[in-house]
Design a binder for this molecule. Structure first.
Ligand SMILES: C[S@@+](CC[C@H](N)C(=O)[O-])C[C@H]1O[C@@H](n2cnc3c(N)ncnc32)[C@H](O)[C@@H]1O
Length: 273
């Protein structure tokens, strides 16, 4: 799918979600669980003094409070959807607490090498890319450009925290339909890139085209571009990182279908060498 199509779809989704009362959504526990995991990963991997964070595919700025709680001083949020960035900016302007962090908001394509003309070079300690890169696996060039942009933005030793789909579960027929979600494969695996499916998730994703992210392939792209893999794991509850009281309560509020959806995702953490 072209980047401009993604932008149009997310511009429309942003309008739809404005009309939605998220606190009444049936999948609220799933959102809260994923939010908690991302917050935990950010604080876990930013133990040393870290000042600057860049969020690739930041959407409506859902992670801004995570950056505030983790005491970042400067954040850059980029998204291809101008409506999403506008909403993120409004949330920032209307919340005086958030303004403790200096911020830059950019409309831009994270898979275009020209993004480097808009972002600062080698000033970021941490990059975050939450539930985005499965849109970028349409072909090798697209994901490769994204990784080059990450490399350009991070300081040496800087980290990128990625959450995305887990190829092992996403390609498993058992996971194709839950009470809240549906996956319909459009193409078969012909190469490492471009294996396309449409995904729906109640109150969140409206039948959008995504691509399978194979572990070996993402690792190769990052390693070829000067990164090392620190760790990767499925978002399901069996990880020692998540086996603590922080997650027990919220995990209990999810039903089996929500737990299955969570199991369709994983995180990767890479370090710039
Ligand atoms: C599922 S949302 C996740 C948003 C945000 N990271 C979060 O966790 O709330 C995916 C986001 O990726 C953005 N996106 C997809 N392709 C992009 C691209 N090539 N460049 C920039 N943003 C992109 C979409 O516009 C959308 O806001």
């Amino acid at each position: 799918m072209s980047s401009s199509k993604v932008a149009t779809e997310y511009d429309m989704a942003t309008k739809k979600s404005k009309r939605l009362d998220r606190s009444k959504s049936r999948v609220l526990p799933l959102r809260e669980y994923h939010n908690k995991i991302l917050n935990y990963l950010i604080s876990y991997f930013s133990e040393q003094t870290v000042d600057n964070v860049i969020d690739f595919g930041a959407g409506k700025g859902g992670s801004m409070f995570k950056y505030l709680y983790n005491k970042f001083k400067y954040m850059t949020l980029i998204d291809i959807s101008k409506n999403s960035i506008k909403e993120a900016k409004n949330r920032y302007i209307n919340n005086s607490k958030l303004q403790d962090i200096n911020a830059t908001f950019l409309v831009g394509d994270i898979s275009s090498i020209y993004l480097q003309q808009k972002i600062k070079q080698e000033i970021y300690d941490i990059a975050v890319c939450n539930f985005v890169i499965h849109y970028l696996f349409s072909d090798k060039n697209t994901i490769n450009n994204f990784v080059k942009n990450v490399y350009y933005s991070l300081k040496k030793g800087g980290l990128i925290i990625i959450t995305t789909t887990d190829h092992e579960t996403i390609t498993d027929k058992e996971f194709r339909k839950t009470k809240y979600s549906e996956i319909n494969f459009i193409s078969n695996k012909e190469s490492d890139y471009g294996e396309k499916y449409k995904f729906k998730l109640e109150d969140a994703v409206y039948d959008q085209a995504e691509y399978v992210v194979y572990r070996d392939v993402i690792n190769d792209v990052f390693i070829d571009n000067g990164f090392e893999l620190l760790e990767d794991h499925n978002l399901v509850f069996d990880n020692n990182l998540f086996k603590n009281e922080l997650f027990n309560d919220i995990y209990r509020t999810m039903d089996d279908d929500m737990r299955d959806i969570s199991g369709m995702y994983k995180y990767y953490v890479y370090r710039k060498m």
